[in-house]
Design a protein around this ligand. Structure first.
Ligand code: MG
Length: 154
C-alpha cells in the first residue's frame, strides 16, 4: 500500500465551465485552464502520481502540448491510474468553493470519480467547504481542492 497527496487551485473566470469531479456545476464562472480545469480531478490525479512517486500532472500533461488543450480531466485521471499499474483502494478529498454550494452535487461527483477510477462509490469521499468569505476563494475568484489516495501495488 502507498499513500499520495495532491492539491490544486484554479482561478474562476466568466465564460468557462465549472468542472468538479467530471461533473459540470451550473455557475456564472468556471476554472481558467488549458485543460477543462477540473480542480478536484487534478488534485486526485496528482495524489495518484504521488503515491507511485511518479512526478506530477504538469509533467505528465504539459500545458504546452496541443493534445492537452481542453482535455477532459477524467481522461487524465484514468491515464494516470493506468500508468501506475496499481489499484486504487480509496480516495478522500475536499473542495473549497465559495459558491455555488456543492452539497447537492456530491453524490453525482462521487459516482463520476468512482466510475473513472474503477472502484465502488463507497471508496470515494468528497467533502465541500467554503472559505468563509476570506481571501481569493472567499471572494469567488478561485477554487481549490485537496486529495489523499491510497493505492495497492499489483
Ligand atoms: Mg489544475
Amino acid at each position: 500500500m502507498r499513500a499520495g497527496i495532491g492539491s490544486d487551485l484554479h482561478r474562476l473566470v466568466p465564460g468557462r465551465r465549472l468542472m468538479i469531479g467530471g461533473i459540470e456545476i451550473p455557475s456564472s464562472r468556471g476554472e481558467d485552464a488549458h485543460s477543462d480545469g477540473d480542480v478536484l480531478l487534478h488534485a486526485i490525479t496528482d495524489a495518484v502520481l504521488g503515491a507511485s512517486a511518479d512526478g506530477d500532472i504538469g509533467a505528465m500533461f504539459p500545458d504546452t502540448l496541443p493534445e492537452t488543450e481542453g482535455m477532459s480531466s477524467l481522461t487524465m485521471l484514468s491515464l494516470a491510474i493506468e500508468r501506475t499499474g496499481s489499484r486504487i483502494v480509496n480516495i478522500d478529498s475536499t473542495v473549497t468553493l465559495e459558491k455555488p454550494k456543492l452539497r447537492p452535487y456530491i453524490p453525482e461527483i462521487r459516482r463520476s470519480i468512482a466510475e473513472c477510477a474503477g472502484i465502488p462509490i463507497s471508496a470515494v469521499s468528497v467533502k465541500a467547504k467554503t472559505a468563509e468569505g476570506l481571501g481569493e476563494i472567499g471572494r469567488g475568484e478561485a477554487v481549490s481542492a485537496e486529495a489523499v489516495v491510497l493505492i495497492e501495488e499489483q
